[in-house]
Every structure is written in structure tokens, then in C-alpha cells.
Write a protein that binds this ligand. Structure first.
Ligand code: ZN
Length: 143
């Protein structure tokens, strides 16, 4: 495990060195709506928006334009596949009418991307963190 004070921001980042372990720690933090870098809560300004920086470690979350575009795409594809799978499960496991299945399908297709949007944003940061560790020479500015 690496516990370091980032030279660029002065914030404390506590992550393992190995990429798989770093992703696991950052993903677990992300799933609980915490900063993937330091684990601090309160990184969301609202359900749909992150704060510009972590309130604890001061990491700049979207360090370039379009940074979260991949998160939007992954969120949409993943949640639509999940909705499709749930509707197929309802079709096979229940005796619901086609109308009810359509209502459930449309509701899931609209609601799931909205419900899981914050998770997608923070998981995207966790994936980026696994590939680009913080610190000198990472090529990822944090200020
Ligand atoms: Zn942080």
C-alpha cells in the first residue's frame, strides 16, 4: 500500500501500488460514492454532478474536456443490457402479459441509467486510476 502526499495538490492519496489492487480499492470507494483517490465522502454536488475537486485530497476529477464521455457510454450500454436481461428473466420466469413486460422494460431502460449514473462516473475514475496511478510521471495532472 502506498500512502503519499501528492506534490501537486498537497492532498493525501492512499492506494496500493499494484494496478489490480489499486482498481479494487478505488472501485470499492466508488461504489460507496466516495473519492476513489482518498476515500473521502462528499464528492458529489448533486445526483448528476461531481464537485470539481475532492474536498479532502483536492484531486481535480475531470482534468480534460470529455473525460467522462466514456462513463456515459459505459453507463448506457451496461444499464440497457441489464434492463434487457431483467425483461427476459420476467418473460421466462413469470406469466406477465406483453403489455406489462413492455411497461417494465421501458421503465427499466429509463430509470437504470439515471439511478446508476453516479456509480458510473466514479467507477470511470477508478478505472482511470488503475491505468494511470497518481504521482510523478503519470501523465495525469491532478491540479
Ligand atoms: Zn479525495
Amino acid at each position: 500500500m502506498v500512502s503519499m502526499i501528492d506534490d501537486e495538490t498537497g492532498g493525501s492519496v492512499d492506494l496500493p501500488r499494484r494496478p489490480a489492487m489499486r482498481f479494487r480499492r478505488a472501485a470499492m470507494r466508488s461504489l460507496s460514492r466516495r473519492c476513489p483517490y482518498c476515500g473521502a465522502p462528499g464528492i458529489f454536488a448533486s445526483w448528476f454532478s461531481l464537485k470539481k475537486r475532492c474536498p479532502a485530497c483536492r484531486t481535480l476529477f475531470a482534468y480534460e474536456d470529455g473525460y467522462f464521455l466514456g462513463a456515459y457510454a459505459v453507463n448506457l450500454v451496461t444499464t440497457e443490457l441489464l434492463a434487457f436481461g431483467l425483461v427476459v428473466w420476467f418473460l421466462v420466469a413469470t406469466d406477465l402479459s406483453v403489455l406489462h413486460l413492455q411497461i417494465i422494460g421501458v421503465t427499466l431502460a429509463v430509470a437504470l441509467p439515471i439511478i446508476l449514473f453516479p456509480v458510473a462516473l466514479s467507477l470511470w475514475m477508478a478505472l482511470d486510476l488503475a491505468l494511470h496511478p497518481p504521482g510523478q510521471g503519470s501523465g495525469r495532472p491532478r491540479t
